[in-house]
Design a protein around this ligand. Structure first.
Ligand code: SAM
Length: 360
């Protein structure tokens, strides 16, 4: 069919394309075509002379022409667009706008009312995200000692193992049997940027090892990575085969309290404590693992109205003062919002020399 297009020199094509998108004038149902050095951008409706001269001021000489064009297959850009003909209109506002993609697996949170349409939503996610091959919906909160969440398979391959890439490292993850959140990537990187070459690092709650792997990828360091979940340690061992590291990661399956007491006391420059609901209860273990001369502890916790940050800061200082001559909280950062009045927070705590007599 004949379609009105704006003809422009190729060198001005991109500038004009962005301008037309801004003005909601570009008709994406039709292709942009070319002939020699000329481009033809299809527009949604014909424009008057004043609009044409406004566009000319922004770019260069433009002309309106008619071209014979065939509509192109429209690629949907969001889930609602794909699902509008498949689920009743009253449920469309409940369709999620975000999801977690771990490797090639997507995990989505569905409102209860969308449960009967879970498979359609899963298929729509597969259609929208070329890199996704399996889709699961969340079937509960993260819970239990291994910090896992039940999942329902809703579309694609029935597979929970994948490899996620974060800051250039390849991380093996089993989404059903290990904890991993792509939303922590900035935090993993923040901590690793603080690390100096040669450091001895202990990751007390390593999970599949994102802190440990990234640290050892960037620097010649030694990282002991402990986790109580055998699936997490299996994944970490697999990741060690997938990455070329500058440093060394030593995975240990076990309870960090016992492991530190039996084999790892007094040797670490940096201790990572990422078990937000319980970290404070493990501070004595972190202190025992830390170098007697001094160390940095990255402690993750959850703050809420019932458990405010100030109270937790006092608790941390009280516990560590029993063992150390000086303690300073050098940085506090909100990692993510976890509920309306609840957030995950990290405190970077510097501890100095050990006390010879411990106060109780
Ligand atoms: C929130 S996840 C942290 C994962 C990881 N640090 C990350 O950034 O992805 C907490 C991990 O601590 C492990 N865990 C819980 N209690 C433990 C303990 N007493 N000793 C060692 N690991 C433990 C769980 O199995 C889980 O993998």
């Amino acid at each position: 069919m004949k379609k009105v297009c704006i003809q422009v020199e190729r060198s001005f094509g991109e500038k004009l394309r962005l301008l037309l998108i801004d003005l909601d004038l570009l008709d994406s149902d039709y292709p942009i075509t070319s002939e020699g050095q000329k481009l033809f951008l299809p527009i949604r409706f014909t424009i008057d002379d004043s609009m044409l001269s406004r566009l000319q001021r922004q770019t260069t000489s433009l002309t309106l022409v008619q071209r014979e064009l065939t509509p192109q297959k429209h690629r949907p850009t969001n889930l609602t667009e794909i699902l509008q003909d498949h689920i009743p209109a009253q449920f469309l506002p409940k369709i999620p706008h975000s999801l977690d993609v771990i490797g090639d697996i997507a995990i989505v949170e569905l409102d209860e009312e969308l449960t009967p349409f879970a498979q359609e939503i899963g298929q729509a996610i597969l259609l929208l995200h070329n890199n996704v091959v399996a889709v699961y919906s969340k079937a509960g909160n993260i819970a239990g000692p291994h910090r896992l969440r039940a999942l329902n398979h809703i579309a694609g391959e029935l597979r929970t193992h994948t490899v996620h890439v974060e800051y250039g490292i390849r991380i093996a993850v089993d989404v059903a049997n290990t904890y991993f959140s792509p939303r922590l990537s900035t935090e993993h990187n923040r901590v690793v940027e603080l690390i100096q070459p040669g450091e001895m690092i202990l990751d007390m709650f390593a999970g599949v090892g994102p802190f440990a792997l990234l640290a050892a990828k960037r620097q010649p360091v030694t990282v002991y990575a402990i986790d109580i979940n055998e699936h997490a340690i299996k994944c970490l061992k697999k990741s060690l085969e997938l990455n070329q590291l500058a440093g060394e990661v030593i995975p240990i399956l076990g309870d960090c309290r016992q492991v530190v007491e039996e084999q790892l006391s007094g040797q670490f420059d940096r201790v990572i404590m990422n078990l937000p609901h319980e970290s404070i209860q493990f501070l004595d273990t972190a202190n025992a693992a830390a170098n007697p001369a001094g160390a940095i502890i990255h402690l993750y916790t959850i703050t809420s109205e019932d458990n405010p940050l100030e109270k937790q800061k006092n608790q941390i200082i009280t516990v560590l003062s029993r063992f150390r001559k000086a303690i300073s909280i050098v940085n506090i950062r909100q990692v993510k919002q976890t509920a309306p009045y609840e957030a995950q927070v990290v405190l970077d705590v510097q501890i100095e020399g050990t006390k010879t007599t411990m106060t109780t």
